[in-house]
Design a protein around this ligand. Structure first.
Ligand code: FES
Length: 166
């Protein structure tokens, strides 16, 4: 089993403190595995192996068990997400209106595949199913913002806007 990632693990003092406090509260509680994983995901934005090892030791849960639970639920991720998550809708309405081309062009521009995060952790690129805005197809979201009726030119503009954001 290997869940090491290419990303350097960075932990702030406040993340460490907050998580240690939660860990103390969870010690000895029944059914503490899911809450512990949820706290790791909430505080760190993903499940760093370094933190999972601490959970395993402190809560006496085998690492393999934590890993197996985490892989079962889509709410957990083993890689950090970028500051901006771009999700290109690949539902039927968006797909027939060229969403695939937009996804391809973003992948080329960001030099990552869908499902990956750029090395500077600024962008995560994903495809998703219908988000219920078919009237605006093709559609993409950047975090909570929705961009619709995209042309290649409009989609390029959206990406440039976020690339320029600090
Ligand atoms: S198919 Fe894209 S919003 Fe419905």
């Amino acid at each position: 089993m290997s869940i090491e990632t290419a990303f350097e693990f960075i932990e702030t003092e406040s993340q460490y403190q907050e998580f240690q406090e939660r860990l103390e509260q969870l010690k000895g509680q029944r059914g503490n595995q899911m809450p512990a994983l949820q706290e790791v995901q909430r505080i760190y934005g993903y499940l760093p192996i370094e933190v999972l090892k601490r959970v395993s030791i402190e809560l006496s849960i085998p690492l393999e068990e934590l890993y197996s639970t985490a892989t079962f639920y889509s709410q957990f991720s083993f890689v950090p997400k970028g500051e901006y998550t771009i999700s290109v809708c690949m539902g039927t309405a968006c797909y027939v209106k060229g969403a695939g081309d937009i996804l391809d062009s973003y992948a080329t521009e960001l030099n990552i595949n869908p499902g990956e995060t750029t090395a500077d952790r600024k962008f995560t690129l994903e495809s998703c199913r219908c988000i219920g805005a078919c009237g605006l197809a093709p559609v993409l979201t950047v975090n909570e913002e929705v961009f619709g009726r995209l042309t290649k030119k409009k989609a390029d503009k959206v990406l440039v806007t976020f690339q320029k954001r600090e």
